[in-house]
Design a protein around this ligand. Structure first.
Ligand code: GDP
Ligand code: IMO
Ligand code: MG
Length: 426
């Protein structure tokens, strides 16, 4: 199989975990390239449900090797908890998990910053997962971050932690009036993590490029979604990394010429968690609660209810373009089974003007109203369909219309959370 990037094409939670699990059947390596334990990827195998936050979903397939690339913000405590969670399910990571020495580490002060900034009256609330992701990436860009390789050298780690912590503690106490984080216990705690994760640490770029040279196939597992990308998303209501396909190169050290294909994952409708504009969001009421409960739209990481709305072809087409998506997977089509009428947003209206592209100006995006076309529903159960021709005519028409509007072909349709609840489109 080729080297493929899987990317969320909306605001996250599109069902990437399910599709990565499915495609990892035919791959050798599964690699996370950005984000951290803000992600929540659900994989259902038989009657068992797994939720992974940091370790690539490929770990659930026997024999697959999993890499946490340099672009990931790594919380070692969360990582060790996830390893324990997998062990409880009789899944071993030994010899299968590789962690880049260049990953930046999340410290407790990052989580404190994430929490106090969200609550601060002078700052824009983003609705973050409070996992310390943004502050960790801020330190990376500010060139004062501490990386996994630093953790493995006690002397270097001590020196870096001491100087960084001094600065962080003065900002925390003087600006946010919180208690300082004590050096000794933090140093000890993290040295302990270093000892535990040392055996996984590698040069992820070398591991992956050697694998490619040896004709191994790699699946790049995106976290979050395109509209949460720091550059191409709904800034500032985004995460702090490049969740788009380009991030796969920077976040692993694999060059673009070695990547063969980009697959975008799209829900048959739209959801979003956290703050920020969402033109097709349902107003509070029946549709909102109905689709949320049918789609079980509650965050896999924080448990927050997801905001729900109609399919937005403008953001989907934007995703196709900025990721260079070759093919899409439409997930959760079954959630629409009981809807008599289904809408697709094909343009926005702003101050009387029709807008057909994704606006650069987020003020416009926030105030734009969606222009819809309405499609008849199919009012029958799609969950048992296994071929395109099994799908009701109106469902096929809905999918065809999506293909046309977004400018990419549909390769798979998902009609349930389990592996076999998938239709391969020829
Ligand atoms: P991810 O973050 O993109 O991996 O997505 P999440 O795991 O956060 O959320 C997707 C949710 O939808 C999970 O609970 C999946 O089990 C579920 N899911 C995935 N595909 C389908 C589908 O086709 N139909 C239904 N009903 N549920 C699905
Ligand atoms: P997966 O990989 C949905 C959202 C948060 C918030 C914003 C910034 O499961 O699709 P952060 O903690 O990253 O600084 O929060 O991004 N967010 C997600 N929303 N799915 C995710 O991951 C998300 N990861 C972050 O809700 O709005
Ligand atoms: Mg998720």
């Amino acid at each position: 199989m080729a080297n493929i990037v899987i990317v969320g094409a909306q605001w996250g939670d599109e069902g990437k975990g399910k599709i990565i699990d499915l495609l990892s059947d035919k791959t050798d390596y599964v690699v996370r390239y950005q984000g951290g334990n803000n992600a929540g990827h659900t994989v259902c195998i038989g009657d068992e449900k797994f939720v992974l936050h940091l370790i690539p979903s490929g770990i659930l397939r026997r024999g697959r090797k999993c890499v946490i690339g340099n672009g990931v913000a790594l919380d070692p405590r969360a990582l060790l908890e996830e390893i324990t969670y997998l062990k409880r399910h009789k899944i071993s990571v030994d010899g299968r998990l590789f962690i880049s020495g260049s990953c930046h580490i999340i410290f407790p002060y990052h989580k404190i910053f994430d929490t106090v900034r969200e609550g601060h009256s002078q700052r824009q609330r983003i609705g973050t997962t409070k996992r310390g992701i943004g502050p960790c990436y801020a330190d990376k860009v500010n060139r004062c971050g501490i990386r996994v390789a630093d953790l493995l050298d006690a002397k270097i780690f001590r020196k870096k932690l001491r100087s960084t912590l001094r600065e962080m503690n003065s900002i925390l106490s003087e600006i946010y009036h919180t208690k300082p984080v004590p050096f000794n216990s933090l140093y000890k705690e993290y040295c302990g993590y270093g000892r535990k994760i040392r055996k996984f640490v590698c040069d992820s770029s070398k591991v992956l490029n050697d694998a490619i040279s040896n004709k191994k196939a790699i699946l790049f597992e995106g976290a979050q979604g395109t509209l949460l990308d720091i550059d191409h998303g709904t800034y500032p209501f985004v995460t702090s990394s490049n969740s788009t396909a380009g991030g796969a190169c920077c976040g692993t050290g694999v060059g673009p010429s070695r990547i063969d294909k980009v697959i975008g994952i799209l829900k048959a409708y739209t959801t979003r968690v956290g703050e920020g504009p969402f033109p097709t969001e349902f107003p509070k009421g029946r549709m909102n609660t109905q689709l949320r409960s049918r789609g079980k739209e509650f965050g896999a990481t924080t448990g927050r209810p997801r905001r729900v709305g109609w399919f937005d072809a403008i953001i989907a087409r934007h995703s196709v373009v900025v990721n260079g998506i070759d093919e899409v997977v439409v997930t959760k089509l079954d959630v629409l089974d009981e809807e008599p009428k289904i809408k697709i947003c094909t343009a926005y209206r702003y101050k009387g003007k029709l807008i057909k592209g994704f606006p650069m100006n987020m003020e416009i995006f926030a105030k734009a109203t969606p222009v819809y076309e309405t499609h008849p529903g199919w009012l029958s159960n799609t969950n048992k369909c296994r071929k395109v021709k099994d799908l009701p005519l109106n469902a096929r028409r809905y999918l065809k219309r999506i293909e046309k509007l977004i400018g990419a072909r549909i390769g798979f349709v998902s009609i349930g959370s389990k592996r076999n609840e998938t239709i391969v489109v020829k």
